[in-house]
Design a protein around this ligand. Structure first.
Ligand SMILES: CC(C)(COP(=O)(O)OP(=O)(O)OC[C@H]1O[C@@H](n2cnc3c(N)ncnc32)[C@H](O)[C@@H]1OP(=O)(O)O)[C@@H](O)C(=O)NCCC(=O)NCCS
Length: 213
């Protein structure tokens, strides 16, 4: 599996719920259908995000220059069966930059390090981009009745790497610090009031860096 170290992938926590919801809700209708496998209403998206179990599952994200989420991967974990299911999405304006693959790669690495045996994704058979990415990451894609099931038998040695994961986390931390510092320089008043981290993403987008990213 090709590595994706040049993209910083963050581990998300419950404080990111609002940003995750914003990211999913602003996906165009067809992308949202591809992400969830069927049409999903706004309310159902909110309920899905509210229901994400951050204790059991893992959620990874990629931050834009204004620290808003531009890509999200939800790795839903079944600790009994040792199965991991992945759902991933990237903002349309940030696509084809390797972010989707980076989220997939980071999720495979993490699931393998946790000792999970299988990772799978269920996507629509028409989703050529996701199937391309799944194959690139080594998943076996089986298509049936309009759905594609992409699976990877995880092997700690082949797919894992504690050192690689530690480096990925450090890289993500440095990435956040640099973006935060850049925002502070661009929005000193907000920084003085310590508002940047608490400002809703929509407001941040209207800030000095709204055109970047
Ligand atoms: C699938 C998705 C996450 C990919 O995000 P992304 O950031 O654009 O992904 P990447 O930049 O890493 O890779 C895109 C790849 O698709 C390839 N691609 C672009 N158009 C394509 C097409 N029509 N058919 C096949 N592959 C295509 C690109 O060449 C690139 O591959 P490469 O890096 O090997 O050249 C994004 O399109 C998305 O959010 N889609 C809607 C939600 C969804 O479908 N989620 C998956 C189901 S869970």
């Amino acid at each position: 599996m090709a590595t994706a170290l040049r993209v910083a992938v963050q581990r998300l926590n419950p404080k990111h719920r609002e940003d995750i919801a914003r990211h999913l809700l602003q996906l165009p209708e067809n992308d949202r259908r591809l992400r969830f496998g069927h049409q999903v209403r706004d309310q159902a998206v909110r309920e899905y995000v509210d229901g994400v179990d951050f204790e059991r599952d893992r959620v990874f994200g990629i931050l834009g220059d204004d620290l808003s989420l531009i890509g999200v991967a939800h790795l839903a974990l079944d600790p009994v069966e040792k199965l991991a299911e992945l759902g991933v999405s990237v903002d349309p304006s940030s696509r084809v930059k390797g972010y989707g693959y980076a989220l997939l790669h980071r999720s495979v690495l993490h699931a393998a390090n946790l000792g999970y045996r299988t990772m799978f994704m269920v996507c629509l058979a028409e989703n050529g981009i996701m199937m391309h990415l799944a194959k690139k990451a080594g998943l076996t894609v089986v298509t049936e009745a309009g759905e594609a099931d992409a699976r990877l038998k995880l092997d700690r040695l082949a797919h894992g790497g504690v050192f690689e994961e530690a480096i990925a986390d450090q890289f993500a931390l440095v990435d956040t610090m640099l973006k935060q510092q850049y925002l502070w320089l661009a929005q000193p008043k907000a920084a003085e009031k310590n508002l940047v981290g608490e400002m809703p993403a929509g407001e941040r987008r209207k800030g000095a860096l709204a055109g970047i990213g």
